[in-house]
Design a protein around this ligand. Structure first.
Ligand code: CU
Length: 153
């Protein structure tokens, strides 16, 4: 992506300095993609990306670490079953995961009560009511280790 942008705006001046004027000027107006990686739709980590498993259940993975943050801290699912994995890549910090009681449109009782450093745990639950479902690490809610799952209508 960046390679292409450089070619279009800037072209002669910037790239000419870097790469040699003749070559760059010749290629400047061409419409061939300069960077084969630019079209790749994949994300680096897949964190927070909601995918559908072969059994039809929506799957999403969140990460937490030593910094009291869920990565990402928001994600969106459709009504139906959800399989949520939380991975704690911390060196030291113990976290947990629960939907904040009495906040969302409907209660979700499934939770990860303890997630030690280096651990990964998965819960599965069903959502039907659209809306925003706040979640938290109850150990660190004062440090703002919170997030929101949105269920679409
Ligand atoms: Cu925590």
């Amino acid at each position: 992506m960046t390679g292409r942008l450089t070619g279009r705006r800037g072209g002669a001046a910037i790239a000419g300095v870097l790469l040699g004027a003749g070559l760059v000027l010749a290629g400047c107006g061409a419409d061939e993609p300069a960077d084969p990686g630019a079209a790749s739709p994949t994300t680096t980590s897949g964190l927070g990306a909601v995918t559908t498993a072969p059994d039809g259940v929506q799957e999403v993975t969140l990460q937490t670490q030593d910094d009291y943050v869920f990565t990402p801290d928001t994600f969106t699912v459709a009504p139906g079953r959800v399989r949520l994995t939380v991975t704690n890549v911390a060196e030291q910090m113990v976290h947990n995961f629960r939907f904040t009681p009495d906040t969302g449109p409907a209660p979700i009782d499934e939770e990860i009560s303890l997630l030690a450093a280096g651990e990964s745990r998965t819960i599965e639950f069903e959502v039907t009511e659209p809306g925003d479902y706040p979640f938290e690490c109850s150990f660190h809610v004062q440090l703002d280790q919170v997030g929101t799952m949105t269920v679409t209508g």
